[in-house]
Design a protein around this ligand. Structure first.
Ligand code: HEC
Length: 119
């Protein structure tokens, strides 16, 4: 009983450490990103990449490099890169939203191997 208490204390230490580092460094949060990326799937169709608007090309964003996703979204947000749909989407996002969404999206290739063709 005495021995079992030690891991719990360590665990609490780790959890509080990770909470602190999240707020200090504003790293992307996967769960928050999942919620925030919900509207994106209407066009980008993250799950299975089924495009809701088949009349024009919508790039695949699930599983892309995190840095690239942040870069692309910041470019739309700043107006450096323009697209009538995406500029509107990105303007509504805060820097934290972009980080969260990028963390979530970058992780979306693991369970979709059936759909990518090339690995
Ligand atoms: C109304 C449809 C629509 C919605 C909703 C939408 N997108 Fe897009 N997105 C597009 C289109 C179309 C493009 C291609 C723009 C271009 O060709 O420059 C694009 C491009 C992108 C790119 C660049 C991809 C690349 O390969 O360079 C990223 C990243 C992206 N979207 C992320 C998002 C995120 C994150 C959301 C949700 C917050 C979102 N999009 C919501 C239509 C949409």
């Amino acid at each position: 009983m005495h021995i079992q208490k030690i891991p719990m204390i360590l665990l609490f230490g780790l959890v509080s450490l990770s909470l602190v580092s999240t707020s200090v460094f504003a790293a992307g949060d996967y769960k928050a990103g999942k919620i925030k990326a919900y509207t994106c799937s209407g066009c980008h169709g993250i799950i299975g990449y089924n495009n809701a608007y088949p009349t024009y090309h919508v790039p695949r964003i699930g599983g892309q490099n995190r840095e690239y996703l942040v870069f692309a979204l910041q470019a739309f947000k700043s107006g450096e890169r323009k697209h009538s749909n995406m500029s509107l989407q990105a303007e509504a996002l805060s820097d934290q939203d972009i980080e969260d969404i990028a963390v979530y999206l970058a992780d979306q290739n693991h369970d979709q191997n059936h759909d990518t063709g090339a690995e």
